[in-house]
Design a protein around this ligand. Structure first.
Ligand code: NAI
Length: 258
């Protein structure tokens, strides 16, 4: 029979690369047993090897978070192996499509909502009653500053991330009495593979608008997550925490003053 784990358990979705891998790495370093969820089995295997070598205890689980049945099956395996998680980080998400509103196809809309919104819902739906039963839970949903602002050619992504912020606040209101907090984290531009590949002219234009004159790092996002699941954040519930180098703090700096 499987034994229940004593170390606190965390689930990180989209852990195979980028921000999710940095979050999983930091939580493993802090002594969490981390369930690594993503679709890319090979990448999950590589991260498992790397974190295990560094002394971490991690469990790769290949699963499409948009598929409720697949999530249920993966969570059943996780619960049998490790017990109920104390921490859930809903990080997996997809970007795009970068079209005008009337050019976004129904398939693109459904795909983005399926992963970015229904995916978050599937994990929360599974975790909340279990966290309630243990009287403790920390949920962090990775939204974006596009969860608080709109942008041309970004309507679908912004709509999904606004949904994540609203969903997180509502969970905070409904489940706070059971020892569960739920917060949305709203990063600006983070230097992941995608941004590294962007045209240097595009990177330069973005940097012009960011007051601290650099992009954020996945490790900085991981640091914020670690604060939100750590001992000093019990009174932070239902927040949409912005970390964008000051980008969204100024609307009109590049317009003439009058
Ligand atoms: P990424 O594209 O490098 O990684 C996304 C991860 O999610 C991968 O592990 C991928 O396998 C996983 N994933 C995607 N669809 C999935 C599905 N259906 N089921 C299971 N896993 C799935 O993305 P990145 O840049 O690391 O972003 C992570 C999160 O942070 C996303 O929610 C993104 O919207 C958000 N974000 C990213 C920013 C950035 O500048 N990179 C800025 C603000 C928010």
């Amino acid at each position: 029979m499987e034994t229940q784990s004593k170390a606190p358990v965390a689930i990180v979705t989209g852990a195979s690369r980028g921000i999710g891998a940095a979050i999983a790495t930091e939580l493993a370093r802090q002594g969490f047993e981390v369930a690594l969820l993503a679709r890319d089995v090979a990448a999950l295997g590589r991260l498992e090897e790397q974190l295990t070598r560094a002394g971490g205890r991690v469990w790769p689980l290949a699963c499409d978070i948009a598929d409720e049945r697949a999530v249920g099956a993966a969570m059943e395996r996780l619960e049998a192996k490790l017990g109920v998680p104390r921490v859930l980080v809903n990080n997996a998400g997809v970007g795009g499509p970068f079209h005008r509103v009337d050019e976004v196809s129904t398939a693109e809309w459904d795909q983005l909502f399926g992963v970015n919104v229904t995916g978050v819902r599937n994990l929360c739906h599974w975790a909340l009653p279990r966290m309630k039963a243990q009287g403790y839970g920390r949920i962090v949903n990775i939204a974006s500053i596009m969860g608080l602002f709109g942008g041309a050619q970004s309507s679908t992504y912004a709509a999904t991330k606004h949904a994540v912020v609203g969903y997180s606040k509502s969970i905070a209101a409904e489940w706070g009495a059971y020892g569960i907090t739920c917060n949305a984290l709203c990063p600006g531009y983070i230097d992941t593979e995608m941004l590294a590949k962007a045209d240097p002219a595009v990177r330069a234009r973005l940097l012009e608008r960011i007051p601290v004159k650099r992009f954020g790092t996945p490790e900085e996002v991981a640091g914020m997550v670690s604060f939100l699941v750590g001992p000093f954040s019990g009174y932070v519930n239902g927040s949409a925490l912005v970390m964008d180098g000051g980008l969204s703090a100024h609307l009109a700096s590049d317009l003439p003053a009058f």
